[in-house]
Ligand binder design. Structure first.
Ligand SMILES: *[C@@H]1O[C@H](CO)[C@@H](O)[C@H](O)[C@H]1NC(C)=O
Length: 211
């Protein structure tokens, strides 16, 4: 009867050691999850959220989006390093309306250096409320919208039609040559192989989906 418990003990100890050395993950606690969840956040999405940050060691508040920017929730793109790594990881797969509490180790936060009011090697706690998830400007959805003939590449004409629709939404007066300049600029910046088309690969900068 000794054997199983010794084994169990051994596995607990090794897990503890493992966790000690590699405790570099974000702990996610879901505080509230709405029943209706049509979209889940993923890399490349634009998220609208409030997040308050605290130091784990004494609970002092280091960041509060509710007092910043007149209390408007923040918009940012997920998974591209616009926020600390721990938030990029911890805010993935969230529903609109979901609330989470994250524990972020220093290596996924501000590291051994720290920042302003965040001391070196700080573990951070974030409380997050996600309000909105929008598919990013480089999503599969937007590609399909532009790719009218469905051949998985964007031609000059398809881009032109798309831009015309976009420009209709903008009520400001535009110089007639503006549209052509924007089109030329889009092709120059995205058509890397110069074949006159923007491929899925050239388009999908975040590469977060298969087309
Ligand atoms: C932060 O952690 C690193 C690595 O564990 C250590 O070398 C360093 O002395 C720590 N800095 C402070 C200020 O505690």
């Amino acid at each position: 009867m000794y054997r199983p418990s010794a084994l169990l003990l051994y596995s607990l100890v090794s897990t503890a050691i493992f966790n000690c050395i590699y405790a570099e993950e974000v702990k996610i606690e879901v505080l509230y999850k709405p029943e209706n969840c049509p979209v889940k956040s993923k890399r490349g999405d634009a998220l609208n959220a409030h997040y308050d940050g605290y130091l784990a060691k004494d609970g002092s508040k280091v960041y509060c989006s509710r007092t910043d920017n007149e209390g408007h929730p923040k918009w940012f793109i997920l998974g591209v390093g616009q926020v600390i790594k721990g938030l990029d990881i911890g805010m993935t797969g969230m529903c609109e309306g979901e609330k989470r509490k994250l524990m972020i180790p220093p290596s996924l936060g501000y590291g051994v250096i720290g920042k302003e009011n965040i001391p070196p090697n700080s573990t951070l706690i974030f409380e997050i409320e996600l309000y909105g998830v929008r598919r990013g400007p480089r999503s599969v959805e937007s590609f399909k919208l532009i790719d009218l003939d469905g051949d998985s590449k964007l031609s000059r004409d398809e881009l032109k039609i798309y831009l015309q629709e976009e420009f209709k939404k903008d009520t400001r007066k535009q110089d007639p040559s503006y549209k052509d300049r924007v089109l030329a600029d889009i092709l120059r910046k995205n058509d890397h192989d110069g074949d006159g088309y923007i491929s899925t690969r050239e388009y999908n900068v975040f590469q977060h989906d298969e087309l």
